[in-house]
Design a protein around this ligand. Structure first.
Ligand SMILES: NC(=O)c1ccc[n+]([C@@H]2O[C@H](COP(=O)([O-])OP(=O)(O)OC[C@H]3O[C@@H](n4cnc5c(N)ncnc54)[C@H](OP(=O)(O)O)[C@@H]3O)[C@@H](O)[C@H]2O)c1
Length: 318
């Protein structure tokens, strides 16, 4: 079967489309005939050798997929740590979910990472209860995969959302999903913009996935008792955090990592119950900006690595 293989660690050029041996399911796993794979920023980091827990290359890339489960012919979407970008994969049964009716394989492949992560960001922020509606949330990279999922969920929860992006065009598209306040950080410092837009009060929560100076800046965007949810470092820089900023307003910083949470079955099941309810009512639908055949994998990785994507980048594997 054909697969996308990380031949050695490095930039997108290390990715190769190759013939590899068929997978064998071990205990607790099921075989899936993969139709499409969702590309994540974590895949870019994995190819660079910078993602925790990655085995040495060569290894098959990809952390989420959609395809046909061989044992019952059901179309499923799934989450894994690697080996998703192959024509067949062996995946943990409890991390396979039925694809909502009328969704394409590409939409299924674009769901697990973005929607579970965005859901858990609201969960970590304590914003899932109806009493918390109208809370203010600042979402960095709002036009990306997790960002667009966070806007869809935030709309359902009744949030007042502020989002950053490098492009007016991307912001205009996210506003169509329900984002109320777009901030183009190339044109305006977002800390200053938040101060103005909230009349100096700040936001209840920031979803922070940039690292470097942005962690302190995000804490400065909070109002009293606010929370920053840290879940990535797209700048490639280690987060800078001055804890004195936290004392000064009773604020806190919470870590979020789907890899870790995916080992907690009860937490995943609870999230899926809520997400499945929303998808079945047609309230959530992945925003896909780019669909490319597996032969164009380098292009797909470059879109994400260079921040040129809108929404999700999906690879077709059939
Ligand atoms: N902890 C977890 O479990 C978890 C799970 C999923 C994702 N994540 C993290 O969440 C972030 C978003 O992931 P994603 O897959 O949804 O990606 P994405 O948001 O679709 O793409 C990354 C976006 O980040 C923005 N960006 C800002 N600074 C950037 C930089 N220095 N380099 C590249 N992009 C930059 C770009 O949008 P603009 O041009 O509009 O700014 C770009 O489109 C990543 O940091 C990822 O590692 C964490």
């Amino acid at each position: 079967m054909m697969a996308i293989v990380i031949s050695r660690f490095g930039g997108p050029e290390v990715l190769e489309m190759r013939d590899v041996p068929e997978p064998v399911a071990s205990a607790g796993q099921e075989l899936v005939r993969v139709e499409a794979g969702g590309l994540n920023f974590a895949d870019v980091l994995t190819a660079r050798g910078g993602y925790p827990g990655t085995p040495p290359p060569p290894l098959v890339a990809g952390r989420e997929f959609c395809g046909i489960r061989e044992k019952d012919g059901q179309r499923v979407m799934g989450y894994t740590q690697w080996a998703a970008f192959a024509q067949r994969t062996a995946a943990r049964s409890e991390l396979l979910w039925p694809v909502p009716k009328n969704w394409s394989p590409e939409e299924g492949a674009a769901f697990p990472v973005n929607y579970f992560t965005a859901y858990f960001a609201y969960w970590k922020a304590g914003l899932l209860e109806p009493a918390k509606s109208q809370a203010r949330v600042l979402i960095h990279a709002v036009a990306g995969g997790v960002g667009t999922a966070a806007v869809q969920i935030g709309k359902l929860l009744g949030m007042e959302m502020y989002g950053t992006s490098s492009s007016e065009e991307k912001l205009a598209r996210v506003k169509e999903l329900g984002l109320q306040h777009g901030i183009n950080y190339k044109q305006r410092d977002y800390e200053e913009a938040i101060r103005d837009l909230t009349h100096g009060e700040g936001v209840d929560t920031v979803f922070e996935m940039l690292g470097g100076e942005h962690t302190n800046k995000s804490v400065r965007c909070l109002r009293d008792f606010g929370r920053v949810i840290v879940y990535g470092s797209a700048t490639g820089q280690k987060a800078e955090l001055d804890t004195r900023l936290l004392y000064a307003k009773g604020a806190s910083v919470h870590g979020l990592w789907l890899t870790y949470l995916s080992n907690h079955r009860e937490v995943m099941n609870e999230a899926w119950t809520r997400l499945a309810g929303w998808t079945s009512q047609g309230h959530l639908r992945p925003v896909i900006g780019h669909v490319l055949p597996m032969e164009r994998v380098l292009e797909a990785y470059r879109l994400l690595a260079e921040g040129k994507n809108f929404g999700k980048v999906v690879l077709q594997l059939v």
